[in-house]
Design a protein around this ligand. Structure first.
Ligand code: TXA
Ligand code: MG
Length: 346
């Protein structure tokens, strides 16, 4: 369901980028808040708009894999294989940066995150931007277009909800097809390491790598967090609605709802297999039972319930299999935000 903005909208977005202003753009994962990645003033506006700490690095979006060399050096062969297999697509590669790349983009690290997105609107904008830059490097730095720590937007309307009066110009490309953020693979070391799980799984990554590298993609989030503490999406608490969220096993949902009802609290439920219609709840969002469709709708579901002023969101526990792993990761972090808030007494 890709929406194609009018040519005048592309022209306006391009003018804004070249003038150092922000543009919200659709990607196949989530909407991004974009700026010219080689303009320090433009990049500073991203941090100000999101309320994001300055040491959290940004992903640079490129028009094609050839542009990788403008931004990264010492690109290992396995990273080239990943780019060839998955770009354009929902995969971000962390690579050693070229010396000129702005500290504001990399959070002062010696690596840079690069991605060629698959959304036709993002690609069109990136190609026009590259053409307008002739031979200089052209990249759009874009984190997810939400305030720091909150749920990523998967429609243009979500972006408007995040920024209200301060909403940047939005290229509306329709709802995002993937619905959760890209898989991030650290390619700055000898072995690839999955820093953030996503639609492209560790198994898919291993399948395209040859020899020794295929043994790895160490999908070890604990090691990853120690090695790369500034992957903000890997903070224990992230991607969170304002309403407390709890993951509950399917069979326990009726009982948990009864307890909340008894306490006079309003509960929202996100379920894909159980039908708790006999139990008492304020709002039910029924989700698809396949991981791809579930991921597409997850953030919209959480945003909908978050807007209801509920006391609690109950999410039915997910199947324990690889294709659900990235979704389970996001839900876990959404729960952790409130566990931390509770324990610190906020
Ligand atoms: O799907 C996506 O990745 C979306 C779309 C817009 O491309 N972008 C996104 O950006 O999710 P953001 O900023 O919300 O999350 C990017 C993650 C952050 O956790 C950041 O720390 C990490 O990428 N990252 C970026 N550059 C990095 C680097 N050089 N080293 C380690 N982590 C990096
Ligand atoms: Mg984000």
């Amino acid at each position: 369901m890709v929406n194609s903005p009018a040519p005048a909208d592309f022209a306006h977005a391009l003018d804004l980028l070249n003038a150092g202003a922000l543009v919200a753009l659709p990607t196949e994962t989530v909407y991004g808040l974009g700026a010219d990645a080689s303009n320090p003033d433009a990049v500073a506006k991203i941090f100000a708009a999101k309320g994001r700490p300055a040491d959290h690095p940004l992903i640079v979006h490129l028009a094609n894999a050839e542009a990788m060399q403008d931004w990264a050096r010492d690109v290992p062969e396995y990273a080239r294989q990943l780019a060839a297999a998955f770009w354009p697509g929902p995969l971000t590669l962390i690579l050693k940066k070229q010396s000129w790349v702005l500290d504001a983009v990399t959070g002062g690290q010696d690596t840079v995150g690069l991605r060629v997105p698959a959304h036709p609107v993002a690609l069109e904008l990136l190609r026009c931007f590259a053409a307008s830059r002739h031979d200089s490097p052209a990249g759009i730095a874009a984190p997810s277009a939400n305030r720091f720590g909150r749920i990523s937007p998967t429609t243009a309307e979500h972006v408007r909800d995040e920024f209200a009066d301060a909403t940047p110009f939005i290229l509306d490309g329709g709802p995002c097809a993937v619905g959760i953020e890209s898989t991030i693979v650290d390619c700055s070391r000898h072995q690839p390491v999955v820093l953030r799980p996503g639609h492209i799984t560790a198994a898919q990554i291993a399948a395209v790598l040859s020899g020794e590298q295929a043994q790895s993609p160490a999908n070890d989030m604990h090691a990853a967090r120690k090695a790369a503490p500034r992957v903000s999406g890997s903070l224990a608490a992230h991607y969170a609605p304002a309403t407390p969220l709890r993951i509950v096993k399917s069979q326990d949902i009726p009982e948990v709802l009864a307890v909340w009802q008894h306490a006079g609290k309003r509960c929202g439920v996100v379920a894909y297999s159980v039908d708790p219609r006999d139990a008492s709840f304020h709002e039910l969002v029924r989700m698809p039972a396949t991981s791809m469709e579930y991921a597409q709708g997850l953030y919209a579901a959480l945003r909908k319930l978050d807007a209801e002023g509920l006391d609690q969101i109950i999410v039915e526990a997910l199947p324990d299999s690889q294709d659900w792993a990235a979704i389970a990761d996001r839900l876990q972090r959404a729960t952790a935000a409130h566990a931390l808030a509770d324990s610190s007494g906020r």
